[in-house]
Write a protein that binds this ligand. Structure first.
Ligand SMILES: Nc1nc2c(ncn2[C@@H]2O[C@H](COP(=O)(O)OP(=O)(O)OP(=O)(O)O)[C@@H](O)[C@H]2O)c(=O)[nH]1
Ligand SMILES: [Mg+2]
Length: 359
């Protein structure tokens, strides 16, 4: 009796359920399966995307993000067909440490942009998001208005364990978004680690969000990030923070003068904003417009996109070569043997490498 009670208390206990009624056609499940809507073809999706259909855009991005070879082959065909419709956009990278206000800023900035008639896509590069399923997704509450805005499209970071893989997917997604008519692409990344370098190499304008510190504004920022930034925007310039933000602006401006001139011919600017109060948002856009004017006039904009393409070409080749090499069963086998030979002093690492590469 006691045992029986125990079984009933178990959270794992499942009731047997009820038998389906006799009248139910046993083949119905099968026929439902046959009636499932056929998958849209490459042409269907391209037509959908280029006419601005968001469902088709999302479907194509899912193909890009898939690890299934058939899906990625299909994705490549879609991207190729979309290319003639792509490129006509401004790509803006936004980085900053956790809590600086990236999501709040993107909500305010994105809404400002759609209000002045832009179509905004928000993507993310966040290789650490494999576990959290993408920071933007969890953030959608911080982007309440933008999520509902029909001129905005928000897509969380693709999952993946290599930054290269995640970045490639984001680059391909940019092309699809552009083909769908999005003229402003915002790419967010948390400013910790290598991801900001990857984002920098896929955008036209790189924005660093900062907080005013207590007199030590320049501490804790990696020199490399400052060098990449086209603008430093000091967020949370409101309330008690405003004074500190103003002095941080002076300090950053002074510091930026110490850096060598950029190939773009643009000198990075410092600006203040309150994403929460939606203040200083239009200044950021004006700054970007100025940048675009400068870099289209001196042709840097176009040159930069070309060199980014070359960079990604080489990067892709490198990744593919590496994965083809290490995934080959023969290499796995031979590599192990060579490691043993090195350990017993029968060969050197260099001779072993030569041998493995010649296979
Ligand atoms: N006072 C003030 N608070 C702000 C401002 N912008 C953002 N915050 C607050 O700062 C906190 C963090 O903002 P988020 O937008 O989530 O920051 P985030 O950079 O996206 O953070 P992660 O997603 O964790 O990287 C929230 O509580 C915001 O309400 C601002 O301009 N002023
Ligand atoms: Mg966020």
């Amino acid at each position: 009796m006691a045992k029986k009670d125990q079984t009933y208390k178990s959270a794992l206990h499942e009731k047997d359920g009820i038998e389906p009624p006799e009248t139910l056609n046993k083949n119905s499940a099968k026929s439902i399966k046959f009636k499932r809507k056929r998958q849209p073809s490459v042409d269907d999706l391209v037509t959908g995307i280029t006419s601005g259909n968001i469902t088709d855009l999302s479907r194509a991005i899912t193909l890009v993000e898939s690890t299934n070879q058939t899906h990625t082959d299909k994705a490549q065909k879609i991207i190729t067909s979309c290319l003639p419709y792509a490129n006509d956009s401004v790509r803006i990278g936004i980085t900053g440490v956790p809590g600086v206000g990236k999501s709040t800023f993107i909500e305010a900035f994105g809404s400002y942009l759609t209000n002045i008639g832009k179509k905004v896509a928000v993507l993310a590069v966040d290789p650490s998001s494999t576990l959290s399923k993408g920071s933007i997704l969890g953030d959608k509450t911080r982007m309440e208005d933008l999520v509902k805005d029909k001129n905005a499209f928000i897509r969380p970071s693709p999952s993946g364990n290599s930054l290269g893989g995640v970045a490639r997917k984001t680059r391909e997604t940019i092309i699809l978004c552009e083909a769908a008519g999005f003229d402003t692409i915002i790419i967010e990344t948390v400013g910790v680690g290598q991801s900001e370098t990857a984002v920098h190499s896929m955008v036209d304008f790189f924005l660093l969000l900062k907080l005013a510190g207590a007199g030590d504004e320049l501490q804790g920022i990696k020199r490399g990030i400052i060098e990449m930034a086209d603008a430093i925007v000091i967020n949370k310039a409101d309330g008690d923070n405003l004074k500190a933000a103003k002095s941080a602006k002076i300090e950053f401006n002074r510091a930026l003068h110490l850096y060598p001139e950029k190939a773009s011919g643009w000198s990075p600017k410092v600006s203040l904003c309150s994403a929460l109060k939606q203040e200083g948002i239009s200044d950021v856009w004006e700054l970007i417009e100025d940048y675009l004017k400068t870099t289209t006039t001196n042709h840097y904009f176009e040159q930069n996109r070309n060199s980014q393409n070359t960079f990604w070409l080489l990067q892709t080749i490198e990744e593919r070569l590496k994965s083809n090499f290490y995934n080959s069963a023969m290499i796995k086998d031979e590599l192990q043997k060579q490691v043993e030979l090195i350990e017993t002093g029968k060969t050197t690492p260099f001779a072993a490498a030569e041998y493995l590469l010649s296979l």
